[in-house]
Design a protein around this ligand. Structure first.
Ligand code: CA
Length: 235
């Protein structure tokens, strides 16, 4: 399992470096940007798991950037924590209005920063955390890289494991092939969409050994989802 990617958008280099050191120490991969343009370029390349976004940036503000991301289909669900030196309640409200998931006032402790990051990820991108997940009778543990059904281990290749982890972290939701490339492969530009089909087929073959292949449903014209509805049919 690769580590979670956090994009830190902060123009004050001392603060950016301090955050980066602490996040790397906690096991996160950190990408730094000092302007809204740089942040947009980073996101255009690889979608991060979470963004720490400073409010006051030279040029376009963090607030405007958050609003812009919320309006674009690809980034509308991107987990965002706003960072600000301003503690006024009205600022907090505008930050959350712009689409931020949470809001931290400088100075903050590393402990508080990590707690907020984990809380937002748990809510919006649980596959970015190492916690075990359960869905459809399967248990998957990213920390040990194991998946099992009623104690029987399901053997999965690394890509199938990441794909299943993502499906289990977001059960019942339909994911398009391009969303899956973005979130599971981290590459929506150079990898062809049919790569997703190849790995879904392999995943179903692996799940078939524990009679769970129907968990992964094809939604015509849309993509794939993990559904637990088929259980009702079996009962
Ligand atoms: Ca700043």
């Amino acid at each position: 399992m690769g580590s979670s990617r956090v994009l830190v958008v902060e123009d004050e280099s001392a603060i950016a470096e301090l955050i980066a050191i602490n996040l790397r120490h906690a096991g996160f991969e950190v990408i730094l940007a000092t302007t809204a343009d740089q942040a947009q370029a980073a996101v255009d390349g690889v979608l991060p798991d979470l963004v720490l976004l400073d409010w006051m940036l030279p040029g376009q503000s963090g607030l405007a950037l958050a609003r812009q991301w919320r309006q674009a289909a690809r980034t509308k669900e991107l987990p965002i924590i706003m960072l600000t030196a301003r503690a006024e309640e009205t600022d907090k409200v505008s930050g959350l209005d712009a689409g931020a998931d949470d809001y931290l006032t400088k100075p903050f402790s590393t402990k508080e920063l990590l707690a907020r990051i984990r809380a937002v990820l748990r809510r919006k991108a649980p596959e970015a955390l190492d916690a075990a997940v359960e869905a459809g009778g399967l248990v998957l543990d990213p920390a040990t890289r194991r998946c099992s059904k009623d104690g029987t281990e399901v053997k999965l290749g690394p890509t199938e494991f990441r794909l299943l982890h993502f499906f289990m972290a977001h059960p019942e939701r339909v994911h398009s092939r391009s969303q899956l490339l973005d979130r599971v492969w981290g590459d929506h530009v150079f990898i062809e969409e049919r790569t997703v089909d190849v790995h879904v087929k392999r995943l179903r073959e692996a799940l078939d050994k524990v009679k769970c292949a129907q968990l992964i449903e094809t939604v015509r014209g849309s993509g794939y989802r993990l559904t637990q509805a088929y259980k009702a049919l079996q009962a």
